[in-house]
Design a protein. Structure first.
Length: 576
């Protein structure tokens, strides 16, 4: 007993066009290529751009068939000869090579293609055509390897690139665009796709409802291959007929009655009814994303019918058109526009796909659409405020009153000439400094800034308000390095501490005491620098060069051996 084969060729492959006249929705491309073949002005490189399923690769194959067909007429291939059959079916052919650029995208593949293109076709009457599908997947280095052969190709060699993303080629290989003839394919309309499916079903001998074919065509979004693939899926579910209920069940489409029910909820402002509506929608197994997609189309249909009831921009059956017209009459165009804008913003944000609770996101969106207050016109507002009903509000501004002439102000009186005989008035006396302010420190160590108004290494003349730098001081017969000016008197020092550093006294402001507070008398004198051992410049010992190397130790209680004190300070004051 013979069994029917379980495998059959897809409708998209079985009913692929075999000539330029069979291309759907590309009336600006098919006549151009036919005229180029008939007149012998075929380019050496073509770039076919457009969305998926609109016939880019099919057009490249038809071009190869027409160039190598021995029985072509008026630029059209015969489609039945052995050469056309091999090219149309994608079989092996020495002169037509189809390459998937997504898997052969490297520079080595481009170099291999360049070497193969150097060979002539099998005969003088034939052409060698290389078809590269998904050309935007080629790397930058691969495009650079093809630039020279695209600019100066061998005779009778033609390249055809098909891509869905030409902007990637423009960014990665801009010189390629100037070496190819570019053709942009358009999306196919719903009417053309439905007509093509009717032709296919007539050839298959299967009846179909017009509403079912339109639903499939709208779902395809302009792609003929997508529509034929969906039709294949519906025929697998029920092979003897194509009905609208089967199409909605197989493709997950939402019924028009649900959209009309939601519009009734929105017109009545029934916010509580939103939750029951969403519950019924999810219980029937509908996808929230699919419902929102159909909701956008339904809102657009209502807006178009509300503005123009006889508009042909909507594709509806006669019975569905009457129902949508009735629903559009209950809403204002401004409200429909606001609802459509809110839905577009929600879909653009992608919150539904990113959220772990799509039901809540859907309910929040529908509540926002329902609670939108109706817009009020300016005429209605003026009528509510008590303006005359027949008087139309004017949108022009009231004329401005004439600008008043500016009063001429009298010029200011001239100043009296100064009397040179009278003596000038003395300047006001400066206020004396407060007596309660503590005395300023008279100097500081070298490199550290002194108090305000006091120069480095000097003292301040309070009477004249200027800095006075005294002459250099000498300590113990030697000049003190880094010290300029006399040392201050020990005792109470405002805001600082004193320390002896190798024969000199340095006063540094205290970090703990604010400036202006009295210091602490007789603090412990500490040396913050490490003591360096003096070396004898003339001898070898560390103390050979000291002035007190041969001096006897001082007796207990005597003042001998104390450190030198600065000039001008008494010994009793310094040692106290």
């Amino acid at each position: 007993m013979a069994h029917e084969p379980l495998y059959r060729t897809a409708l998209a492959r079985t009913y692929r066009p075999r000539g330029f006249s069979e291309l759907i929705g590309q009336d600006h491309i098919a006549p151009t290529l036919k005229a180029a073949i008939e007149s012998g002005r075929v380019g050496h490189a073509y770039l076919f751009c457009g969305p998926r399923g609109v016939g880019k690769t099919t057009t490249a194959r038809i071009l190869a068939m027409a160039l190598n067909c021995p029985d072509r007429s008026a630029g059209e291939p015969c489609g039945t000869c052995p050469s056309c059959e091999r090219i149309w079916s994608g079989g092996a052919s020495l002169d037509v090579v189809e390459i998937d650029a997504a898997s052969h995208r490297g520079v080595e593949d481009a170099r291999d293609l360049r070497r193969r293109a150097a060979y002539a076709p099998t005969s003088e009457e034939r052409y060698k055509i290389y078809i590269l599908d998904e050309a935007h997947m080629l790397t930058r280095d691969a495009w650079n390897a093809l630039l020279k052969i695209l600019e100066e190709p061998p005779p009778r060699v033609i390249f055809a690139f098909a891509t869905t993303e030409p902007q990637k080629i423009e960014r990665g290989a801009a010189p390629v665009m100037s070496r190819c003839q570019r053709f942009d394919f358009r999306r196919v309309s719903v009417q053309d796709i439905a007509s093509r499916m009717e032709t296919v079903l007539e050839a298959e001998g299967i009846p179909a409802e017009p509403g079912a074919l339109r639903a499939i065509a709208r779902r395809a979004e302009g792609g003929v291959r997508d529509a034929l693939s969906s039709l294949d899926q519906v025929l697998s579910f029920r092979g003897d007929a194509v009905e609208l209920a089967d199409v909605r069940r197989m493709l997950g489409l939402v019924d028009e009655d649900r959209y009309l029910a939601f519009f009734e909820i929105a017109a009545n402002g029934d916010r509580a009814g939103v939750f029951a509506f969403v519950q019924d929608l999810l219980d029937d197994g509908h996808d929230p994303a699919e419902f929102l997609r159909g909701l956008g189309d339904a809102l657009r249909t209502l807006l178009v019918l509300r503005l123009d009831p006889e508009a042909e921009a909507v594709e509806l059956l006669p019975e569905s058109r009457e129902r949508f017209l009735a629903a559009a009459g209950a809403l204002v165009p401004a409200d429909l526009l606001r609802m459509l804008a809110a839905l577009s913003e929600f879909e653009a944000s992608g919150m539904l796909h990113r959220s772990s609770q799509p039901r809540i996101q859907l309910e929040v969106l529908l509540l926002r659409l329902v609670r939108m207050e109706s817009t009020v016109g300016l005429e209605e507002l003026l009528a509510a405020l008590g303006a005359p009903a027949g008087e139309a509000p004017s949108r022009t501004r009231a004329p401005k009153p004439p600008r008043r002439e500016r009063e001429k102000r009298p010029p200011p009186p001239a100043a009296a000439p100064a009397d040179r005989s009278s003596p000038p008035e003395p300047p006001p006396p400066e206020p004396p400094p407060p007596e309660s302010s503590p005395p300023e420190s008279s100097g500081g160590a070298r490199g550290s800034p002194g108090p305000r108004g006091v120069g480095r290494g000097g003292r301040r003349d309070a009477g004249a308000g200027r800095n006075v730098r005294p002459g250099p001081a000498r300590h113990g017969g030697r000049r003190s390095r880094g010290w300029r000016g006399p040392a201050p008197r020990p005792g109470r020092i405002a805001g600082g501490t004193r320390e002896a550093v190798q024969g000199r006294v340095a006063f540094r402001p205290s970090a703990r005491e604010p400036r202006g507070t009295p210091g602490v008398a007789d603090r412990e004198v500490r040396d913050r620098r490490p003591q360096r051992r003096p070396h004898d410049r003339r001898g070898s010992g560390p103390v050979a060069g000291r002035a007190d190397a041969g001096r006897k130790p001082a007796a207990p209680g005597s003042r001998e051996g104390t450190r030198p004190h600065p000039e001008g300070v008494g010994e009793s004051e310094w040692t106290a």
